[in-house]
Design a protein around this ligand. Structure first.
Ligand code: SF4
Ligand code: SF4
Length: 84
């Protein structure tokens, strides 16, 4: 199981600051930040701690099992950002 970010993300990076294992990218100081449509969670590095969910103002982070059906594609999209 991993956590998944969907396309309602506004890239405010609040979850990035909350994540204890640095598995949410791109960060605001990384080269691909401007071009990114949203941030992405590395599904292998995520430790499922849940710290990112309450800080997200747009409710854009889901546990994989609770990903809405119309957002199902984002599980693969998060993994793809990391080449996984
Ligand atoms: S669940 Fe925890 S480890 Fe996974 S992305 Fe969120 S804050 Fe990071
Ligand atoms: S806190 Fe939510 S809106 Fe902000 S970058 Fe993370 S997923 Fe996107």
């Amino acid at each position: 199981m991993a956590y998944v970010v969907v396309d309602t993300c506004t890239k405010d990076n609040l979850c990035v600051d909350a994540c204890p294992v640095d598995c949410i990218h791109p960060k605001q100081d990384e080269p691909d930040f401007e071009a990114a449509t949203q941030v992405w969670i590395d599904p292998e590095a995520c430790i499922d701690c849940g710290a990112c969910i309450p800080v997200c103002p747009s409710n854009s982070i889901f546990i994989l099992e609770e990903l809405p059906a119309d957002k199902a594609e984002f599980a693969a999209k998060n993994a793809a950002y990391y080449g996984k």
